[in-house]
Ligand binder design. Structure first.
Ligand code: PEP
Ligand code: MG
Length: 570
């Protein structure tokens, strides 16, 4: 049995697939004249099957995600490169593998030295295609999350948004990773798909075998390998119970989000792309549009028009319901391959999110132009991540105001101002919430980062996961302080961190005064069900007791008792 961190609820039972990117070692080899024909035939067959693989991936993806694979086919068929490969084989008697490797590397080296990020990014594309051809030359099957042949539990070092962009979620029974924790982006992605996940399992990819049967227990953060029939039976029963529980939660989807005593608590969704989750019709808005995911799934910086189209599409789909677009939050565990980010000792304490945007104003302005241009399509709100002080907010607001003036000067019909809000995810912002509430139009509490910064426990590092306590007096006090400050200014404050979708936290948040939540799609029904089971005054009492508890264990005991008293909730 392997122990990790619960990343996404549920049970996955099936065969393991170790996912690693194919990065071959190729040595210089030459063949005699007699084998040249054979080598050429192998090359043609490999090119042919590589093209078929790409075409099949392309066919199964929506247009915005498939374009890159179309470009890969064009590169694969590039005549200049094919000529060079064939010339090397004929003149030097290079093996097909060595010729492909050498020619592609020559082009890769040129592109890597390219003057701009776009060219450098093309080098990664060439590397991808080179490896695809070589894999086909070796007749090795494709290991891509977009081309899974049967349902599997995927075990990987990490789960990146670029993997998620092409994932066929119907074939993934569970995710297991070596890095990450409960609030890492791998966990958030897994929850978005509703796939059970266990993260932060040391040496995972060395300890598991391809094809091995395993059980991923996303509740306890366990992986049981080679289970016997008795354990399998036990878990099949648990899985069936959980499916029934989810079925009950689903019945709450179309009910109003309100407490037992009728107080409205709008529940919005957290999203990462312009494609909305299936149950989006039942939410009260988009409480967090993680715009950086839009950037991360591309292979080059999306231009103003591309971003505008994505933002306008979400606004139109939400038809007047509020959409909170969070400006780019890159840095920490999120990088962009086509942007040179300086190596930092402590990336989570470094040039991340709003800081990065302020230091690269052109990038920030492009995003703000795209967002503001989309304003006429719906109910847009813009939120800045990682605000630590009033100064940070003023700087960000000044850029937004200047972009606003610029667009008006160009004749764009911007009639009303867009509400500008902040994420409260740095403890200093929670402690300065009274100042910030006077200037920002709204706030949303990012409990994932707030917890990592409050407890100085890296959210990506499984070794320190036990030091972060979301359900704790310090967190509840930071939240209460923020709520009271924004309430005093009559301005909205919500929670969009993972706590908002946590069964153990929902009632505490309501008890703290929070009246808006934003959650992963998979938690929408559950949260409505939990809200509808209790009154505001019950939640307040629970909060008042919990905020004075010395340990997380005591709070969990109170919550568990509270849930038992409100019988419908397990
Ligand atoms: C948070 O920090 O709680 C949050 C919602 O933002 P992210 O998880 O994207 O950092
Ligand atoms: Mg955050």
């Amino acid at each position: 049995m392997l122990k990790g961190i619960p990343g996404s609820s549920g049970y996955g039972i099936g065969k393991v697939l170790i996912y690693h990117t194919f990065d071959p070692v190729v040595t210089e080899r030459h063949c005699d004249a007699g084998h040249l024909f054979e080598q050429k035939e192998s090359l043609n067959a490999a090119l042919d099957s590589a093209k078929k693989e790409l075409a099949s991936i392309q066919k199964n993806l929506p247009p915005d995600k498939s374009a890159i694979f179309g470009a890969h086919i064009e590169i694969l068929e590039d005549e200049a490169m094919l000529e060079d490969i064939k010339a090397m084989m004929e003149h030097d008697r290079s093996s097909a593998e060595w010729a492909v490797y050498s020619v592609y590397n020559t082009y890769i080296d040129v592109l890597k030295k390219g003057a701009n990020e776009f060219m450098r990014q093309r080098a990664d594309d060439l590397k991808d295609i080179r490896n695809r051809i070589i894999r086909n030359l070796r007749n090795e099957p494709e290991l891509s999350l977009s081309a899974l042949k049967e349902p599997v539990i995927v075990a990987a070092y990490d789960l990146l948004p670029s993997h998620a962009a092409v994932i066929d979620s119907s074939k993934v029974l569970g995710f297991l990773t070596e890095t990450g924790g409960a609030t890492s982006h791998a966990a958030i992605l897994a929850r978005g798909f509703g796939i059970p996940a266990v993260l932060g399992i040391p040496s995972l990819t060395k300890l598991l075998r391809d094809g091995q049967t395993a059980i991923a227990d996303g509740f306890k953060g366990l992986v049981i390998t080679d289970p016997d029939e008795e354990v399998l039976e036990q878990y099949r029963a648990l899985k069936a119970d959980y499916a029934r529980d989810l079925e009950i939660d689903r019945k709450f989807l179309n009910m109003p989000s309100e407490t037992k005593d009728g107080v409205k608590i709008p529940v919005s969704l957290n999203i990462g792309s312009s494609e909305l989750p299936e149950n989006a019709e039942f939410c009260d808005g988009i409480g967090l549009f993680r715009s950086e995911f839009l950037y991360m799934e591309k292979d080059a910086l999306p231009d103003e028009q591309t971003q505008y189209a994505a933002y306008a599409s979400v606004l139109r789909k939400m038809g007047g319901r509020p959409v909170i677009l969070r400006t780019l939050d890159i840095g920490g565990d999120k990088t962009l391959p086509y942007i040179d980010l300086e190596k930092e000792q402590n990336p989570f304490l470094g040039n991340r999110a709003i800081r990065l945007c302020l230091s690269r104003e052109a990038l920030f302005r492009t995003q703000l132009r795209a967002a503001l241009r989309a304003l006429p399509h719906g109910n847009l709100n813009i939120m800045f991540p990682m605000i630590g002080s009033v100064e940070d907010f003023r700087k960000a607001k000044a850029v937004a105001d200047s972009v606003w003036e610029e667009l008006r000067g160009e004749g764009f019909p911007l009639e009303r101002r867009v509400p500008l809000g902040i994420m409260v995810e740095i403890p200093a912002a929670a402690l300065a919430a009274d100042f910030l509430a006077k200037e920002a139009d709204f706030a949303s509490i990012g409990t994932n980062d707030l917890c990592q910064y409050a407890f100085a426990a890296d959210r990506m590092n499984p070794a320190v996961a036990e030091y972060a306590h979301p359900l704790s007096a310090p967190m509840l006090r930071l939240i209460r302080q923020t709520v009271q400050a924004f309430e005093a200014q009559n301005k909205p404050v919500s929670v969009c961190g993972e706590m908002a979708g946590d069964k153990n936290a929902v009632h505490l948040l309501v008890g703290s005064g929070i009246r808006k939540l934003s959650v992963s799609a998979s938690a929408l029904g559950t949260v409505k069900r939990y809200l509808r089971a209790c009154t505001i005054s019950d939640c307040k009492t629970l909060f008042e007791k919990s905020v004075n508890c010395a340990t997380e264990k005591e709070i969990l005991e109170l919550v568990s008792l509270f849930r038992q008293e409100n019988g419908a909730l397990q």
